[in-house]
Design a protein around this ligand. Structure first.
Ligand code: UT7
Length: 365
């Protein structure tokens, strides 16, 4: 992950498509991506999006019955009014599988047309088999290979970047990327500092080769030194004296990090591709807190009409956040062909990432 950096600053990697180049990925690549410009690269794009959220709605008023909190505090400090919670038998794989089924139905895809399935999640059903294998089985994708990717709330953008490389390089024709988290499984229901923030949900997108538009660039980074600001100690092979099986978060530290990287990552990517905020039609930030979103939008200079916000109805769904917001933008008719869509996320790791796309659903022959 990341690229070696002699200055010792956290690894970060910017990848852009040279817009003068006919073809796809490659060209104006600044660091650790292979230069595929000599190898017949293709353009890759998200050509479809679908979601699944559990039916059960948990309101702020309901949480205030068991926690020392209030609807007023939650709305004022976070913008969240309600979130979804998985019902009996619901897991990350069942949510992800339903999002994939809906995506395939909407796109008319047969199981043998899906080459790769990448699942971004920090709440796998279990350590192994991978959630990708569980979804592959539930959906009946016999000829698909896949894997899980863990980068918390940046997971979807990390997975999107990974999936786009398979298509752009010509190695695979169709990749489905799922962002899914059942956060209710790892949140302490009695901890008001986290219980009010997170929700359950999943989104899936398909990446295919296209003639025009598609992915214009990525900016990804990580700062492992900040790992303990947001973590799930006791969840893996390291043995803690006092195992903690719930998410622990230093909210103020994460807030400072979020407001910083949402701006710097987007700005760096726009600079790299030679665009400005004025060129972007739709801004899809990670849905963690309306104050973080408003801060980033204002700092970057996005007018509210360009910003996609749905944190009020889902809370922070971690890996599901950006695809759920993207799907809402699609439903609202904002993802028109040619629209420039900027997505930026950040989360545990600490990690962050941005992706810039020229929207198109027209697949290459
Ligand atoms: O994907 C990344 C995931 N994480 C995030 O994005 C989180 C980023 N951080 C945040 O969004 C904000 O820091 C929070 C929403 C978590 C907290 O908001 P804040 O304005 O930074 O509040 P604070 O932590 O400074 O706490 C203010 C007060 C404290 O009480 P005292 O010490 O002033 O008496 C907290 O104990 O609010 C208290 N508090 C609450 N009160 C009512 C903390 N949580 C709650 C709550 N209800 N749920």
């Amino acid at each position: 992950m990341g690229c070696s950096d002699p200055t010792g600053t956290p690894p970060t990697c910017t990848v852009t498509v040279d817009l003068r180049m006919v073809g796809g990925m490659g060209g104006n690549i600044t660091s650790c991506m292979p230069d595929t410009s000599q190898d017949n690269p293709r353009r890759a794009a998200i050509t479809g999006v679908a979601t699944y959220v559990p039916d059960r709605i948990v309101t702020n008023a309901e949480l205030a019955r068991t926690l020392d909190t209030s609807d007023d505090w939650i709305v004022t400090r976070t913008g969240i009014r309600e979130r979804r919670r998985g019902g009996p038998g619901e897991t990350t794989s069942t949510m992800g599988a339903e999002a994939v089924r809906r995506l395939m139905a909407a796109k008319g895809l047969a199981p043998d047309q899906v080459d790769v399935l990448i699942v971004a999640t920090v709440t796998p059903d279990m350590f192994f088999p991978a959630t990708a294998c569980l979804i592959q089985d539930q959906v009946g994708l016999q000829s698909t290979w896949g894997f899980d990717l863990s980068a918390a709330c940046s997971g979807f953008l990390y997975a999107l970047t990974t999936g786009a490389q398979f298509v752009a390089s010509g190695v695979h024709r169709r990749v489905i990327v799922v962002g899914a988290d059942l956060m209710s499984a790892i949140i302490d229901p009695l901890d008001r500092t986290t219980a009010v923030l997170f929700g359950d949900g999943a989104g899936a997108v398909v990446i295919e080769p296209v003639e025009r538009g598609g992915f214009l660039g990525f900016e990804l980074g990580a700062d492992g030194g900040g790992g303990e600001s947001l973590w799930l100690p006791g969840s893996g092979s390291r043995h803690f004296d006092d195992p903690q099986s719930f998410v622990k978060m230093n909210g103020r530290e994460v807030y400072k990090f979020a407001t910083r990287v949402l701006v710097s990552s987007a700005q760096k990517l726009l600079d790299e591709v030679g665009m400005t905020v004025d060129d972007v039609d739709v801004y899809v930030p990670h849905q963690a807190n309306i104050r973080i979103i408003d801060h980033a939008a204002k700092k970057l200079g996005f007018p509210p009409k360009k910003v996609v916000v749905n944190v009020e109805k889902y809370g922070n769904t971690s890996s599901g956040s950006i695809p759920l917001a993207l799907a809402d933008a699609a439903k609202d008719g904002r993802l028109k062909p040619g629209a420039k869509v900027l997505m930026t996320g950040m989360g545990a790791g600490l990690t962050w990432g941005s992706s810039l796309i020229e929207w198109t659903e027209e697949m290459a022959a």
